[in-house]
Every structure is written in structure tokens, then in C-alpha cells.
Design a protein around this ligand. Structure first.
Ligand code: PLP
Length: 728
């Protein structure tokens, strides 16, 4: 790389501090300088995202200014900048509160000072795993995610931070992030975007040794685009985010990092060039030499071409260079849906990356062929998934079933192998337990499983004491979580309905009728058609019966439809067609603009978590794991992770048997869901003993925690990657 200067603040040799750490510390000092002196620890904490999953972390920041904390969407930087000085001075005089902040700050600082784990074979402190992903959901104050893929990436990085596993995250900083959702009274979805200034986020611009902003060039559309690098700190892990919003770039090029999954396919390809090519260059400029480059989904696959280019430039033949590239790259595929494995035409490839073939010593056709199953088929699009599968030494899907689906899907790349031997394996996803388990549940489990049980979560023995938790205590905790959700739903529905301009009687209907003692069912996820939200409304008579019955249920729904997915948008509108039916407005709540804040409320408060994908299209699913950590019970199709988790006693299953056609499958599965909700689920929840405890229900919660906790936490997931995938 010609001009990316190596920084004196950089150099990731063992024992060295992570590149950009000093920039983060300076950003914290600048923030502290604007606050009363006593609040310096708050400013430092604000820049280490690991406050957010430390016990008590969120409560501490909330206590600075509770209402503002919600308004700034749990962003401590904005909280400290926007809270009136009179209130900040009051906090500065509150010795007890300050003391607790100081204690938390020193806990996190001690953790950051720990040496990185040396896992043995494979990655090490000086040669970490570089984990590349188009989206990261590390915290809601950094809204650069769309859904499951980003949250999964964030969860893996948070897990790496917890155990000082040598991993750095690489992504893009999108100024407008993903779209925000509003519905109109007919249930029609509208999208809009808001600018999120990086200066108001827990981010610091990485500088080089000369104190200048570190930038790397990437050639896109035949122009050099300069990318700067933001660093987010997650304890011992760093997340580096590339950003094209620099004055020397033309407006059209600054746009590249504006919106996650931009609607224009050439802009998306430019984003993936920034991520893959820019990402590798940024690492080099910061002095990080990864031992493994983990492409999390195909978006980052152009990284392999940058590594290839380096080899060719060093004078190695393309074939020899390709071999060394392969040794470095591992790939995880997440999408069994064709649309998720996007393809580009030769013209698009040429328009965005026309200079690339020459740099690699290839013809344009040869380059295009690297992303095709049949390289010579000029009609086949260039797919990043294919490029990643071809250029990686290990590939995996994200559940046992999905591993099989992926082998079937991509078998054309290995035409001589039987499908079972197609080299795609699986690592089942997991969720970051400390990040998703609500504080009351965490306190309960810490009492019974022992302090620090989170770090031992992958060991089944850790969870054995769950059976001994007094039913009364577990039920009281569930009650508290349900009450908190009901409170949240009451407020949010009023707000959402007022914004939609609904009649006043309807505006307050859920606020009056949502009931902390009623069986609460949650359905929240991307509203892709295959997730089958429509099943809920497919039999209106039975659905209404459930809401109005002797053993009523209430339902909370949330999710965004892809802006161009008219079918999914139609499903939402048809669902809204039922809203004027008596009792519906008071027992069904659609929460607009599903995001990680809403998700954490829902997964902790719902008694039953519904998942109705059309098999085998659910690669894994992770929201159900989050629900299970909080004592929610799953009612789900046996697809993705649930096919591995269900044991007959820890929730309910809808069989994934074949059906003559999709309509028949939908009808059968909907009937099964209604049968369960009207029958066993409702009975078990409302069957109370003299003390008011539903013993059978509580027994199921315990079985769910015991069987799901150790197997679907991110600790187990990272264990699997560290043991089976990362060592070469
Ligand atoms: C966990 C999570 C998801 C993924 O949920 P699925 O079960 O895969 O549908 C999506 N969005 C948010 C905000 C989440 O927290």
C-alpha cells in the first residue's frame, strides 16, 4: 500500500495495546473536559461498550437522567452531552452514585489490561482473528445493524471481549444505518433514515503515529476513495469501522457508507469493496496481521481478492498466491434464501471494480468466473458467496440443518463429490448470555448457580442447580419480567398509535387492557414471508377466541419488512385489517421499528416465543435463545436451532414434515399452533396451585434453562470456532 502510513499508536505485537486505544482514551478525555471533574469516570466508561452487559451498568447510566436515557436510546455519550449541567452537578455531588461508577470503571479498566488469551493452535495475541461483517449489533448506541446477522456478529465479538480471545471486528460505519420503520393506520410500512453523527457515538477516529487521521485508499468506480477508521471499544476487543465520509471524497463516494444494504446494487458492491478490500488495508495500516480472516456472510468476500493482490504484487503466481489466501480464510454462510446470496452482472462488476482484473493479472472474465459455480458461464452472476466458498479453507452453516441445506445449495462447486462430502460444515449459532439475560434473571441465577456463572455457561454442570431453584422465586422473577414488558407495551402502543393518527379510543386500548397476569406471546423478527407471520391471522375465528377466551393470551408483534418486499408488507396490512375487531386493540400490540432495545424487552418479558419459519429456510434463529435465557418457552417449527434444542420437555414443536404444497403446510402448521395455544400451553400456564404457582409451567422453564443455556450461549459458539474452525 503506497501511502497508508504506519502509526506509532499501532503495532499489534504481543503485549502491545490495540491500535486506536489511545485515540479512544483521548476521546474520553475530551468528553470529560466538558463535564464536572468528578464525572471523568463516566466519560471513560461511556467509551467502553462492555459497560452495557456488566451487571448494573445500564442502571447506573439511567440514574443520571432516566427519561433522557430512553430518549438518547441508551447512548451514554449523548446522555452526558445533553443532560443539563444542573443535573450533572447533582450527580457530581452524589457520593454513593459516583462510588458505584468508579467501582465499575476500575472493573472494566482491569479487564482491558488483561493479556489476551492464547488459545493454543491458531490465533494469538499478535495474530488475531479478523472478523469481517457488513453489520454489527454490538449495542443499540451503535445502530449499524439490520437484524440477526448483525446481532450475531456483535454477540460473537462481545463473547471474545469477555474472555480476551484474540479477535478484532471489521465493519463499516453507516451514517444513516438501517431504515427506521413507521406504519400508517392501514398497516402500510413507510421507511425513513436518520443521520447518526459518529461524534455522538462511542467511537474514536484512529490516528497514525504522526497524529493524523489514518486513512486507506480503495479504488471504486475508477476513483480512489479514502476511508477513515473509527474504533469502538468492547473491553479487550476492538471493532474497527470504515467510513467514506471524508472531505477529499466526492459526494457520490461519501454515499458509499451512508446506508446499510443500500437499495442500489452497485452501491452495495462498492460497500462490500470498502469492507473487504478496505478492511484488509486498514488492518495492514494499523499493523495487525491476522492469522485467520473470518468472513461472516459473503459480503466481506472481496477481502480474499485483496490478499490475492498482495501476493501477486509480491511476485508470486496467481495460483500460488491463491493457495496461501485459502489458508487464511474461513467463511460462514447464513442464508438459505436465494435473495440473500446476491449476484452481480459482469457490467456491474466492471462498473465498480473495473481496475481489479488487471491488478490481479486476470482477464475480466477470469475474475467474474471466480464468483460463479461454472466459471465459463457468462450468464451466471458473480456471487460473493461463491467467491468466499472458493477462496476459503473452511466453510460452515449456522445449524445442523442449515449445514445440510448449504451443502445441497452449493454442491455444484464440488461436482465430483457426493453431497454429504461437500466441504461445508456447521457451527450452530449462540447468543451472548450476559448481553441478553435481563438483570432480574441474572441476579436469580447468580444466587443459585454461583457468582460468575456467565463465564461457566457452556458447561452443562453450571446449570444443574436450576432444578433446585424454589418455584416461587423463579415464578416471581418471571412475573417481574412480564410486568416490565407490559409497562413498556402500554407506553409504546400509545406513542405509536398517536403517531399514526389513530382514534383516541384505540390509542389507549392496549394501555388499558394489556395485563401483567395474562399469558404473553411474542413474535418479533424480520417480516420475510417465509417467517409466516400470516399464520397468526390465517384463522381469525380461532385467533380471536384465544384473545377473548377463559384462558386468554395477549400478543406482542414487531418486525420490519424489507423495503422492496411487497408481499411481506401486504401481510402486515392484512394483519392490521383485524384491528377494529373487538378486544384486538387491547390484546394485540404491534411495536413499530423493531430494534435491539425492543428485542431485549420482548425476549425477556414474553412467556411464549413463537417462531413459524417455513422449513428449511430458518438458518438458525437466535431470538428464541435469548428468550430461553430469560425463562421464555419456545413454540417453534423444528427448523434451525430449535431442531437441535427441542427435547420434548423444554417447549413445544411444530413438526417440519413435508406437505403437498405451501398452502397445505401453512394450514396444517397454523392448526397445530392454535391447538397448542388453546390446549397444553394455555392449560399449563393457568393451572395454579393453592399458592398461585403454575408448577408444570415452572418445571418446563427449568428444563428449558437447563437444556438450552449451555448449548446455545455464545461461549459454546466461540468454543466451537476456536476448536474446529480457526486452527489451520
Ligand atoms: C436476535 C435478534 C434478531 C434475530 O432473530 P431471529 O430469531 O433470527 O429472527 C433480529 N433482530 C434483533 C433486533 C435481534 O435482537
Amino acid at each position: 500500500m503506497s501511502d497508508a502510513s504506519r502509526g506509532g499508536d499501532t503495532g499489534a505485537g504481543s503485549g502491545a495495546r490495540p491500535p486506536g486505544e489511545r485515540d479512544t482514551a483521548r476521546a474520553a478525555e475530551r468528553l470529560a473536559a466538558r463535564l464536572p471533574d468528578e464525572l471523568a469516570p463516566l466519560a471513560r466508561l461511556a467509551f467502553d461498550l462492555s459497560w452495557s452487559w456488566e451487571p448494573g451498568g445500564a442502571e447506573l447510566f439511567r440514574s443520571v437522567d432516566p427519561l433522557r436515557w430512553e430518549r438518547v436510546i441508551h447512548n451514554p455519550i449523548r446522555l452526558l452531552l445533553e443532560t443539563p449541567i444542573s443535573r450533572l452537578k447533582a450527580v457530581a455531588r452524589d457520593r454513593d452514585l459516583l462510588q458505584r461508577f468508579v467501582a465499575l470503571e476500575s472493573r472494566l479498566a482491569a479487564r482491558r489490561a488483561e493479556p489476551l488469551e492464547a488459545p493454543g493452535a491458531g490465533p494469538s495475541a499478535s495474530r488475531p482473528v479478523a472478523f469481517l461483517c457488513a453489520e454489527f449489533g454490538a449495542h443499540c448506541s451503535l445502530p449499524i445493524y439490520a437484524g440477526g446477522l448483525g446481532l450475531l456478529a456483535g454477540d460473537l465479538l462481545r463473547e471474545a471481549a469477555d474472555r480476551a480471545f484474540p479477535m478484532v471486528g471489521l465493519g463499516l460505519y453507516y451514517r444513516e444505518g438501517y431504515f427506521r420503520q413507521r406504519l400508517d393506520p392501514s398497516g402500510r410500512q413507510h421507511e425513513y433514515w436518520i443521520e447518526r453523527h459518529p461524534e455522538l457515538r462511542p467511537l474514536a477516529l484512529v490516528t497514525n503515529g504522526a497524529g493524523e487521521e489514518l486513512t486507506v485508499p480503495v479504488r471504486i468506480r475508477d476513483r480512489e476513495v479514502r476511508l477513515q477508521v473509527w474504533r469502538a471499544e468492547l473491553g479487550r476487543a476492538s471493532l474497527y469501522l470504515l467510513d467514506a465520509d471524508r472531505p477529499e471524497n466526492r459526494i457520490i463516494d461519501r454515499w458509499i457508507t451512508t446506508r446499510l444494504y443500500d437499495s442500489d446494487s452497485e452501491v452495495r458492491l462498492a460497500q462490500y469493496a470498502a469492507l473487504g478490500i478496505g478492511g484488509m488495508r486498514a488492518l495492514a495500516a494499523m499493523g495487525i496481521e491476522p492469522s485467520v480472516v473470518h468472513l461472516n456472510e459473503g459480503h466481506a468476500a472481496l477481502a480474499s481478492l485483496e490478499l490475492l493482490r498482495e501476493g501477486v504484487k509480491a511476485g508470486i503466481s496467481v495460483d500460488a498466491a491463491a493457495k496461501t489466501v485459502r489458508e487464511k480464510i474461513v467463511f460462514t454462510t447464513h442464508t438459505p434464501v436465494a435473495a440473500g446470496n446476491e449476484g452481480y452482472t459482469a457490467a456491474e462488476l466492471h462498473n465498480v471494480l473495473g481496475h481489479l482484473p488487471e491488478e490481479l493479472g486476470l482477464t475480466p472474465e477470469e475474475l467474474a468466473g471466480m464468483g460463479r459455480i461454472h466459471p465459463d458461464d457468462a450468464h451466471e452472476p458473480f456471487r460473493l458467496t461463491v467467491l468466499a466458498l472458493r477462496n476459503g479453507r473452511a466453510s460452515n452453516g449456522v445449524s445442523r440443518i442449515h449445514g445440510g441445506v448449504a451443502r445441497e445449495m452449493w454442491r455444484g462447486l464440488w461436482p465430483d463429490q457426493p453431497v454429504d462430502e461437500v466441504p461445508i460444515r456447521h457451527v450452530t449459532n449462540g447468543a451472548h448470555l450476559p448481553g441478553w439475560m435481563a438483570p432480574p434473571m441474572r441476579r436469580l441465577l447468580a444466587r443459585h448457580l454461583g457468582e460468575g456463572f456467565e463465564r461457566r455457561a457452556a458447561d452443562p454442570a453450571t446449570w444443574e442447580p436450576v432444578v433446585g431453584i424454589p418455584d416461587e422465586e423463579l415464578w416471581a422473577t418471571r412475573g417481574a419480567l412480564r410486568r416490565a414488558l407490559v409497562e413498556f407495551v402500554r407506553e409504546r402502543t400509545v406513542e405509536d398509535r398517536l403517531r399514526r393518527g389513530e382514534p383516541m379510543a384505540y390509542v389507549e386500548e392496549a394501555a388499558r387492557n394489556f395485563d401483567p397476569d395474562v399469558l404473553t406471546v411474542g413474535f418479533a423478527r424480520r417480516l420475510a414471508t417465509y417467517k409466516r407471520l400470516h399464520l397468526l391471522a390465517s384463522d381469525a375465528r380461532r385467533a380471536l377466541g384465544l384473545l377473548r377466551g377463559e384462558r386468554p393470551i395477549q400478543i406482542v408483534i414487531a418486525g420490519k419488512a424489507h423495503p422492496r418486499d411487497e408481499e411481506a408488507k401486504g401481510v402486515l396490512q392484512r394483519l392490521f385489517g383485524l384491528k377494529r375487531e373487538p378486544t384486538v386493540g387491547g390484546r394485540v400490540a404491534f411495536l413499530e421499528d423493531y430494534d435491539a432495545v425492543t428485542a431485549s424487552r420482548l425476549v425477556s418479558g414474553c412467556d411464549v416465543w413463537l417462531n413459524l419459519p417455513r422449513p428449511p429456510l430458518e438458518a438458525s434463529g437466535t431470538s428464541g435463545m435469548k428468550s430461553a435465557f430469560n425463562g421464555g418457552l419456545q413454540l417453534s417449527v423444528l427448523d434451525g436451532w430449535w431442531a437441535e434444542a427441542w427435547n420434548g420437555d423444554n417447549g413445544w414443536a411444530v413438526a417440519a414434515d413435508p406437505a403437498p404444497d405451501e398452502a397445505a403446510r401453512d394450514a396444517r402448521d397454523a392448526a397445530r399452533v392454535f391447538d397448542l395455544l388453546e390446549g397444553e400451553v394455555g392449560t399449563l400456564f393457568y393451572e395454579r396451585d393453592a399458592g398461585g404457582i403454575p408448577r408444570g409451567w415452572v418445571r418446563r422453564i427449568k428444563e428449558s434453562l437447563r437444556s438450552i443455556g449451555p448449548r446455545f450461549c455464545a461461549t459454546r459458539m466461540l468454543d466451537d470456532y476456536a476448536r474446529d474452525v480457526y486452527p489451520s
